[in-house]
Design a protein around this ligand. Structure first.
Ligand code: ARG
Length: 601
């Protein structure tokens, strides 16, 4: 039988499908590939995979598992994929993949522009709501998480062909602008004068809040200011524009530092929905979804009750006629489906807003804005904690400023790199050394940025996103363990071997014979399935864990299998191919997380 690997090139899936086909013939049951219970095998026994279905199936059909396993093997056709399967123990079926299959599958993935990811994926239009900082306020670590996770998901979905529309739902509207503008006004601001830097704006915010609290007359003027702003009063609008523009410049600076591709084009702040709010509300009203409650117009979506068992209200129009955060979110979801034609909408927002978002989604579904053909998901995340396990704060007890945090990460990364270079033995034989010569501690700034920013992002992405995580520079910049620095070093090491080899490795077949070669080769084949899993689960940490596995497998391979020094040219070429593909998977995998892979460290 001539063999052409079927896509996706996932040997586990390939084998599972064949195992359940055989088992169905033997038992007469209809089985799904999951029921093959295919697990990684024991490499020491020469098994790449093991199917464990005979044990549970034996009980179901009343047959001794070992007999059943033997009968399944009888029916099993794995020619071209694996060697003849072996029954072991109480009824395990062991598989060892064909070397030629592995070589062909690796080749096919290498030739695929997506390295085997996204096979059979139906491209979708996906709206991702992420970052969403607030005007005239500092971005905090919560916004960092939203920005980093949202950016990684945008990259992964684009990679598999989705049409991603980023929507930066910045908080640029609301009653707070009344007091901000009034405060500016009373400080002598006029259209054309400068509203100042963000630091000034933050101070202005504090000052306005205090003023509002102590001076009822000011509070009244601030309220009137909101009305004037909403009515389009030119001076108020000009002041508001300037506040927004100033904050936007600051946000863009942070995005640039982070290497996040969010631009002015992706700005879709709360104010954008102003004109849509009245019709949003009247549609809900026409659908019979609103009730007056204490003067406010509210939706009471099904399934939301407080502890006392009372229905929970989503306020759509306040008693003073104003609209709030919820109304804007309703208008936004309607806009995303109707105008942006979203088929999938992701909200990368902290876990505390879960109930708010679920109520918005339920109301939008009841209104018919979200149909069965649209998937809406809250991509929730936990808090960032300091090393004391409490929400991250400065010693003065203030929330930590994002830019200061990122700057510190870069400085510390420079130290880590400098130390690495200095402790290197003169012959360059340190296992992690690149081919940089000792530079006496001077580390170039772009490199420190790639390492420092990468570490912050990776620390944010590598844990289950719903959990809180501990922010620790020492931990995130460690050279060993599941850190971006470790991955970047592994990549640089592979890149160094390739550089020393000269030309790009010839497209000779990979012959994965030694256990470390096999392990690395099989791991490389999991890039596609892993990325696909991130697409469905929206869990970037799965990609991190995978890349860590690649880096660890590469490290073992590197230690045990001489590459450039191997005598047999076929072995040398095969190993160079493996090295090349490792570098490729690490570089592109890190790229999907928004992290760079420098060629030298
Ligand atoms: N600006 C909000 C905040 O800082 C986040 C907005 C999230 N997106 C949304 N559609 N509600 O908490």
């Amino acid at each position: 039988m001539s063999f052409a690997p079927s896509r996706p090139l996932d040997p586990a899936r390939e084998l599972a499908a064949r195992v359940v086909d055989a088992a169905s013939i033997v038992t007469g049951l209809t089985l799904t590939p999951d029921e093959a219970l295919l697990r990684p095998g024991n490499a020491r026994h020469g098994a790449d995979f093991q199917a464990n279905l005979a044990m549970s199936l034996g009980k179901r059909v009343g047959r001794a598992p070992r007999d059943l396993a033997a009968a399944i093997v009888e029916q099993l056709d794995v020619a071209g994929v694996a060697e003849t399967p072996q029954v072991a123990g109480p009824g395990f079926i062991n598989f060892r993949l064909d070397e030629a299959w592995i070589g062909a599958a690796l080749r096919e993935t290498a030739d695929d522009p997506r390295l085997g990811a996204g096979a059979g994926h139906e491209p979708q239009r996906v709206v991702i709501d992420y970052s969403a900082p607030n005007i005239a306020k500092e971005m905090h670590v919560g916004h960092l998480r939203s920005t980093v996770i949202g950016d990684a998901l945008a990259r992964v979905l684009r990679f598999v062909g989705d049409d991603v529309v980023a929507q930066n739902h910045v908080g640029d509207w609301g009653t707070q602008f009344g007091m901000l503008i009034e405060e500016l006004h009373e400080a002598g601001w006029s259209a054309g004068s400068d509203a100042g830097s963000l630091a000034d704006l933050v101070a202005l915010y504090r000052q306005a809040q205090a003023h509002f609290a102590r001076d009822p007359a000011f509070a009244d003027r601030a309220r009137l200011r909101v009305v004037a702003l909403q009515a389009g009063d030119p001076e108020s609008v000009a002041a508001w524009r300037q506040l927004v523009a100033e904050s936007q410049r600051y946000f863009e600076g942070v995005y640039e530092l982070l290497g996040v591709a969010l631009s002015a084009n992706d700005m879709a702040g709360e104010s954008m929905y102003n004109d849509l709010l009245p019709e949003t509300v009247s549609e809900l009203e026409a659908a019979g979804l609103l009730e007056l409650d204490g003067g406010a117009l509210c939706a009471f979506p099904d399934g939301f009750q407080n502890r006392e068992g009372e229905r929970m209200a989503l306020i759509v129009r306040k008693s003073d006629g104003g609209y709030g955060y919820a109304t804007t979110d309703l208008a936004a979801v309607r806009h995303r489906v109707r105008t942006l034609a979203a088929e999938r909408i992701l909200y990368v927002v902290g876990a505390p807003q879960s109930q708010h978002l679920q109520m918005v989604f339920a109301t939008a579904r009841a209104a018919g804005w979200i149909g069965d053909d649209v998937a809406v998901e809250h991509v929730a995340f936990g808090s960032v904690l300091g090393e004391d396990g409490k929400p991250l704060r400065t010693r003065e007890g203030e929330t930590v400023k994002l830019v200061a945090l990122l700057d510190e990460a870069i400085t510390r990364a420079a130290d880590v790199i400098a130390e690495r270079v200095d402790t290197r033995s003169p012959g360059g034989s340190h296992p992690l050394a690149g081919d940089r010569q000792g530079t006496g501690g001077a580390v170039d700034e772009p490199l420190a940025r790639q390492v420092g920013i990468g570490a912050v992002k990776y620390a944010d992405l590598s844990g289950d996103r719903v959990s809180d995580y501990l922010f620790s520079f020492d931990r995130m910049l460690a050279l060993e363990g599941n850190t971006s620095v470790y991955l970047q070093y592994a990549h640089a090491r592979a890149a160094r071997v390739l550089r020393l080899a000269g030309a790009e490795p010839p497209p000779s077949p990979v012959r994965a014979r030694e256990p470390p070669e096999r392990a690395l080769a099989l791991a490389l084949l999991q890039f596609g399935p892993t990325v696909d899993h991130v697409v469905s689960s929206l869990q970037p940490h799965r990609l991190c864990t995978y890349l860590y596995d690649i880096a660890s497998s590469f490290s073992l391979f590197y230690e045990h299998c001489p590459i450039l020094k191997s005598e047999d040219p076929a072995v040398r070429d095969s190993r160079l191919r493996l090295t090349w593909q490792t570098a490729e998977v690490l570089r592109r995998g890190l790229g999907l997380l928004g992290i760079e892979a420098p060629a030298q460290l």
